[in-house]
Ligand binder design. Sequence first.
Ligand SMILES: Cc1cc2nc3c(=O)[nH]c(=O)nc-3n(C[C@H](O)[C@H](O)[C@H](O)COP(=O)(O)OP(=O)(O)OC[C@H]3O[C@@H](n4cnc5c(N)ncnc54)[C@H](O)[C@@H]3O)c2cc1C
Length: 804
Amino acid sequence: MKDSARAVIIGGGVVGASVLYHLAKIGWSDVLLLEKSELTSGSTWHAAGGMHTFNGEANISRLQKYTIDLYREIEGLSGQSCGLHPNGGLMLAATDGELDSLKLICSRARYLGMETEMISLAEAQNLNPLIDTSHFIGALWRADGGHCDPSGTTHAYVKAAQQLGASVERFTRVLSISPRREGSWDVLTDKGVVRAEHVVNCAGLWAREVGHMVGIELPVLAMEHHYLITEDLPELAGREREIVNTTDYSGEIYLRQERRGALIGTYEPHGVVWSPVRTPDDFTMQLLPEDFERLAPYFEVGFRHFPALGRVGIRKAVNGPFTFAPDGNPLVGPVRGVRNYWVACAVMAGFSQGGGIGLVLSRWMAENDPGQDILSMDVARFGTFATPKYTALKVPENYSRRFRLAYPNEELPAARPVRRSPIYDRLIAAGAVMGANFGLEHALWFAPAGMAPAETPTYRRSEAFPVVRAECQAVRRGVALYETTNYGKYEVTGHGARAWLDRVFASRLPLPGRLALAPMLNPAGRIVGDLSIACLAEDRFLVVGSGFAEEFHLRWFWLSEPPADVFVRSVASTLTGVSIAGPRSRELLQRLTRTDLSAQAFRLFRVTETAIGFAPAILTRAGFTGELGYEVWTTPDYFTALYDEVREAGHDLGLTHFGGRALSSLRLEKGYGSFNKDFRPDYTPAETGLDRYVDFDKPEFCGRAAALAERASGARRRFVVLEVTETDVEVVGFESILRDGAPVGYVTSGAYGHCIDRSLAAGYVPLALAKDGARFEIDILGQMRTAIVRLQPLYDPQGLRLRG
Ligand SMILES: Cc1cc2nc3c(=O)[nH]c(=O)nc-3n(C[C@H](O)[C@H](O)[C@H](O)COP(=O)(O)OP(=O)(O)OC[C@H]3O[C@@H](n4cnc5c(N)ncnc54)[C@H](O)[C@@H]3O)c2cc1C
């Protein structure tokens, strides 16, 4: 065995094999994969090998397509067959909601260049004669997808990697990993020590244990999963083509042909966690005992929906464990605080996702950048809130919903409410309907007296629509409050704070007493943050951004290597806040503070430390609604008193609450983009319009060279807000934007603009087409709707109300 390698990959399942191949492919030939047993001996060997391009996130769909297309490449290089059956996919809907979701998938697929269409049930039955169409109301067909041979595919990756110089040691167990002073690792195995610059945790069922080797607790858990293989089906005898792989959403069943029989699997509602605390060392190429009694009711649904299956015997049953993260997407990337340690685990669809994961991780390791936005599979989307107990509740919830399509207005209940702000009970008493962001409860909207604080999951307008309208109007006409505790907040202090922030952020830093909008770029000049920086003193800054990105941003700050005289810490749990917005917000707040809030004395983007009632507070004049507004930050011990005083002071002014839904509507009326939805690491300053905050004259900041190059060459596309006509449904994200029937862009977010009475979509279109009044079409749930570019904000285009 080699005693050193540039990278050691722990785990020879399909994911480790793909990472090995991709590292070798980009020229890291000095890479070594260590496998404690035979290749594939974890989850991989007994997988059903199904592959598809479906994912709620466009970028993950693209990576899944890349994975499927890659198999021909590795077959060619290795000479090893992947056992491909590229017979496409069928998705069946039994309810109106499921049908809507299939139509949404179709709209999304168009821009992604994937061949997908809604087909009749008769056509579906032609592609799969086992379907009893009386149980369904609609079907979608996708050209991409099918199934492969799990073992053949893994070996093809490995052989292709070996041809490029990579090494593999089977039957070599990693026992521990120790950091060396200069940042590399000593990987101790049962066959000796390997010194590695980088270590990659691809340990699948043992990812948790390999995480423990470096002191981290990854939110990953294994579930048992059953599938059955039937005896030969007379219905398939003599057919020339295999039936198309079929997903039955309401039955929670997947089905494909296996020789002349069928393979049928289910994601049952009350799944069983496997090895909740520790994965046994000696579990190798093993299956688990079948539990037919528990699973019979769920397979019986399959036998009703595909009746031929119930008429033959079962040839084989498989019950095997595989791993999930709490939201079902993989965990990929570097981990804050552990240098040169990477993870690629919790991959529950290894044959759809393994290739794409190898691609982005290898780029990330070699170039310090995954090369595209992968926020939704970045390990940093989870923070300390994802404790083992949280994971233990969320993973089974996700498993039980594997084939249940998530509605855009749906909030999942497991492990909630746990992280609560001090005013949680007061907001609930006010009718708040809560969502969870980074584990923290926050109000989405407030049910008025007499209305149940609950919402029907739907792709269409829900009962919350008129309520959110009233909240928006309250902000625009009077005064309303929104809790901002769920924002990501960081304190940056110390003698070197200004110089360090100046390097990390692309914007000009504010002087003491001021606040600035502050984009953050990666070296490739793409947006990794859209935050605000408030300068409280020369050596003290409050940085505020998206709550969901807290760990992502903390990791970014850590990777940006603050020097010894700079202290960066999250104040997510030690600073609580409210936004008070609306034309009467000044009048309200002035009742609670001696600071002069007059328009001349406390202008837009001012910040001060003052007292608001009893509470020592940081007060900024800022907000996201486009109205006159303020944000008040205080510590949790004062927060309830602050809230009570604000409510009391606002009583005669008609103060009400507003929630996240209203905020989404108000911000789009003003044309403001939001990080995570509209601004992500795929986009540049010029594309997003954030270039107006970039200080191109600064001699140094991360991403400067790329941003300057873009300024010289011009952007390719542009972020725009479009007014959608004649629709009674709002876009949700990733729908295709078409021009003359051809997809030219896609939607990033949408909302109804209640105060301008228009449906709004935000997204990207080619720069040359991004003209005011330009007309496009958006396929919204199967209906083509006209969408007109509005380059000026539709509400208060001069920003007079904001500055008032
Ligand atoms: C019944 C069933 C059906 C499935 N069907 C499908 C399907 O149709 N399509 C699909 O895409 N996915 C399917 N899956 C999921 C699929 O199996 C996983 O996504 C995939 O196998 C994950 O691969 P992995 O490489 O991450 O993990 P694993 O396959 O678990 O590989 C991890 C490897 O790491 C090794 N290892 C661990 N610790 C150490 C150590 N300390 N030292 C050295 N080596 C170590 C292990 O021995 C193991 O070989 C199915 C899973 C099950 C259980």
